[in-house]
Write a protein that binds this ligand. Structure first.
Ligand SMILES: C[S@@+](CC[C@H](N)C(=O)[O-])C[C@H]1O[C@@H](n2cnc3c(N)ncnc32)[C@H](O)[C@@H]1O
Length: 278
């Protein structure tokens, strides 16, 4: 389990999008970082599929509104957390494993004046550094695949929610059995530690004490989004190769190509789950 955790950290420590890179880009396009607004970040700080609309979908399912106390599991650079605070009026606590992303989230939130409404704590979602029954909603996007024990994470989400609190999240899912070689490549290139189907997610949610409200299969829309992302990534790679600059991490590229293909062939996909603590 420890090596799985380290692999996720290694992967995100060398992720091509960091707070520094986002700020450097914005400084070039705006001429200054003075007066930066949350909206200025939204094109850059969301590391999931479906952009801001995906945050709105989770906010709706989790009934997040003004003053809602929300936990974002695996918060990354805090992009969704800032969006939920700024657009929906929530008070958000993110929990994030990778130290560089925790520091980046704090820097970005401070730059746009949201440090009073958004905090991202360094921690592991299998062991949340949060009090029992203290939140109205828990959300997460495209991250639980990295977590070695998803059942334990669901139990933690259940523990920190108040009674009637809602858990809404999206995650990678497996529709058809993967070969060992496919699992290995997804692990080597993208630190995918736990790849399970919709039914197993449902079983683990129930075992943690949740009542499942909805399960929405997003595989079709993910196929289109991922195809678009892959074309963009391939363009960047060929530009880098032509310029003689590093073209990126090879295992990542090979595993990304495999993932996109598996989603487009519907062997893998994504789903949005909404569950309630009764
Ligand atoms: C694809 S990013 C998603 C970030 C964010 N949810 C978003 O939509 O912008 C996945 C994040 O999960 C974090 N992560 C992976 N394993 C974790 C764990 N066990 N506990 C907390 N965070 C974890 C990674 O460091 C990474 O920042």
């Amino acid at each position: 389990m420890t090596s799985q955790i380290h692999s996720a950290i290694d992967f995100y420590e060398r992720h091509p999008i960091s707070a520094q890179i986002i700020l450097a880009k914005l400084e070039v396009t705006r001429g200054t970082l003075e007066g930066l607004q949350p909206e200025d970040l939204f094109a850059h700080d969301q590391d999931h599929y479906g952009g801001l609309a995906a945050n709105d979908a989770l906010a709706k399912r989790a009934r997040i509104g003004i003053g809602s106390k929300v936990v974002d599991l695996c918060a990354g650079l805090g992009g969704p957390a800032r969006y939920l605070a700024h657009r929906h009026g929530a008070i958000v606590t993110g929990v994030e494993l990778t130290p560089a992303r925790v520091a980046g989230a704090a820097e970005l939130s401070r730059r746009v004046g949201l440090e009073g409404k958004v905090r991202v704590l360094e921690g592991n979602v299998m062991d949340l550094p949060l009090a029992d029954a203290s939140f109205d909603a828990v959300v997460s996007q495209e991250a639980l695949l990295h977590v070695p024990d998803i059942g334990r994470t669901f139990a933690e989400a259940h523990r920190v929610l108040r009674s009637g609190g809602r858990f809404a999240f999206t995650n990678w899912i497996v529709h058809r059995p993967l070969s060992d070689a496919q699992r290995q490549l997804l692990w080597d290139g993208m630190a995918a530690a736990t790849l399970i189907g919709i039914d197993r997610h449902a079983e683990l949610l129930r075992a943690a004490g949740f009542e499942i409200e909805t399960v929405e299969d997003e595989t079709e829309s993910w196929g289109a989004i991922l195809g678009e992302r892959l074309r963009m990534y391939e363009k960047l790679r060929s530009e880098a190769e032509a310029a003689g600059t590093p073209a990126g991490h090879d295992d990542f590229y090979r595993s990304y190509v495999l993932f996109v293909d598996l989603v487009q062939r519907k062997a893998m996909g994504g789903a949005r789950f909404t569950a309630v603590k009764s």
